[in-house]
Design a protein around this ligand. Structure first.
Ligand code: ADP
Ligand code: GLC
Length: 479
């Protein structure tokens, strides 16, 4: 039996701001339970819904030193869908309405979390062989594990993995302050360790000190070795190339299943979608106040509204996308300029554009089910889960060929009759527009072809099973 502890800053169903939570919360369910005991540790944020908080069971508490102060660490646990979750409690750090705030606060918050998490491991009654860290918030863990914790017998031999879900976010802050907060000696703050461009960099620490590094698609694993995608760490990614691999994400096929999804109006599967799927479109049109027309080509977007997601391309040709024969439904929050851009077009084309500037799990399912196509022209995309959700619901993705989008959406080839979606290569608004218009043409003028694309999309298998086997292989390779 191998014991693995995931440590991360978010996990469904407790707390989610993006795809990281989906991965951390759902992947552990899909390991072979006879051979792998995979558990998860996250902060006990006060913004986790009460229905979960009240079920958490207090285990123990102790104190650690951080930034010259003694800090309380509470440890709670809760088994959810067969997976054991641990929660680190400290209301000073994990209070507030959201998991993240200003970077200077988060820097201290996640130094605390990393140190507290490692300190809590011996009291769990569960000794991990591997600690599997996710993103910059846990970057200090491999560092601490090599430093002070390796001295105690308990930690001897524990290996670590750093999974990069997004290289853009690195946890960068003033070197002297980070020294003070973390209590790590000067030795660690050199350019071959935690220092990057004069600042301290948590993710870099994790990448330098972890035994293995993974990211969430093969293409992204290659891309981050180049200056364009490397976010100033491409040199390091090349240096560690032998320990770096890409394992594509899956999605939870129980949560995202058009056949059983209670959020949607008409349930359907790969056989019945021709008769049923459109009912979800009409229901959505009704709910959002768009013209009710089951034949209208409806494009969906569900996204954090940031430049990563290619929204500059969309803004640039918004008028040309939103022609009379198209409806566009957007669900997302983020940068104000994008929120306002979509609000503007909602006002300008009220009958065919709907901007929903909020976060809503039910609405996201209605969009994945109700739309004909799903637009995701990302500037970069480590994996992307939204396009996998669209495929699952037979909503044809239109994507840019980058990162996980390239690895998961097979472009339609009209000569061979293959493909699960539409894609374009360059970060260019007119190239994107050309592909959207091509998709629209197939939808309106070659309906049988379109339905075959939907067929193939729904058959594509991005459940976690394949990827969980790859993580198992990785764990095995470490011994
Ligand atoms: P990222 O992690 O970069 O945000 P992913 O595609 O990996 O991108 O994951 C995004 C996840 O967040 C998906 O589960 C998507 O459905 C969800 N999501 C994004 N914005 C919203 C929103 N406004 N309401 C509901 N779900 C959202
Ligand atoms: C990040 C990436 C996204 C990926 C997700 C889960 O948020 O932006 O592409 O799917 O992590 O790995």
């Amino acid at each position: 039996m191998k014991n693995v502890l995931f440590i991360a800053s978010e996990a469904v169903p407790f707390i989610k701001t993006g795809g990281l939570a989906d991965v951390v919360g759902s992947l552990p369910k899909y390991f072979n339970k006879d051979e792998y005991d995979v558990r998860v540790m996250i902060p006990k944020y006060t913004c986790i819904p009460w229905e979960y908080r009240q079920q958490m069971v207090y285990k123990t508490h102790f104190y650690i030193d951080l930034a010259w102060r003694s800090q309380y660490v509470g440890v709670f646990e809760l088994e959810y869908n067969g997976v054991m979750f641990y929660f680190i409690d400290n209301e000073f750090y994990f209070g507030g309405p959201k998991p993240y705030s200003w970077i200077h606060e988060d820097i201290e918050k996640f130094a605390f979390f990393s140190k507290a998490a490692l300190s809590a491991v011996p009291v769990l009654g569960f000794k991990p062989d591997i600690i599997h860290c996710h993103d910059w918030q846990t970057g200090l863990i491999p560092v601490y594990l090599k430093e002070r914790f390796s001295q105690g017998d308990f930690y001897q031999g524990i290996k670590s993995i750093m999974t990069i879900h997004n290289l853009k976010f690195q946890g960068v802050w003033d070197l002297k302050k980070v020294k003070d907060i973390t209590g790590l000696p000067d030795y660690y703050f050199t350019p071959d360790k935690l220092e990057a461009y004069k600042d301290a960099n948590y993710l870099k620490g994790g990448i330098v000190y972890a035994d293995k590094i993974t990211t969430v698609s093969s293409t992204y694993a290659e891309e981050i070795k180049t200056p364009f995608y490397g976010e100033n760490l491409d040199g390091l990614m090349n240096a560690r190339a032998n320990s770096l691999s890409g394992i594509v994400n899956g999605i939870d096929y129980e949560t995202y299943n058009p056949e059983t999804d209670d959020y949607i109006t008409a349930k359907y599967n790969q056989i019945t979608f021709r008769k049923e799927k459109w009912k979800n479109k009409v229901a959505l049109q009704k709910e959002l106040g768009l013209t009710e027309d089951k034949g209208k080509f409806m494009i969906g977007i569900v996204s954090r509204l940031t430049d990563q997601k290619g929204l500059d391309l969309i803004a640039y040709v918004m008028d040309q996308i939103c022609t009379e024969d198209v409806q566009l439904v957007v669900l997302g929050t983020g940068e104000e300029k994008y929120e306002n851009m979509f609000r503007h077009y909602d006002w300008k084309y009220g009958d065919r554009v709907s901007a929903n500037i909020f976060y809503s799990e039910p609405m996201s399912h209605k969009i994945y089910a109700g739309c004909d196509a799903f637009l995701m022209p990302s500037l970069f995309e480590p994996c992307g889960l939204s396009q996998l959700m669209s495929l699952r619901y037979g909503t044809v993705p239109i994507v840019r060929e980058t990162g996980g989008l390239k690895d998961t959406v097979q472009p339609y080839n009209e000569f061979e009759g293959t493909g699960t979606g539409f894609s374009f290569a360059n970060y260019n608004a007119h190239e994107m527009l050309g592909i959207i218009n091509y998709a629209k043409d197939v939808y309106y003028n070659r309906k049988r072809e379109w339905n075959k694309i939907v067929d193939r999309a729904m058959l594509a298998d991005f459940s976690w099973d394949n990827s969980a086997r790859k993580y198992e292989d990785l764990y095995n390779s470490m011994y």
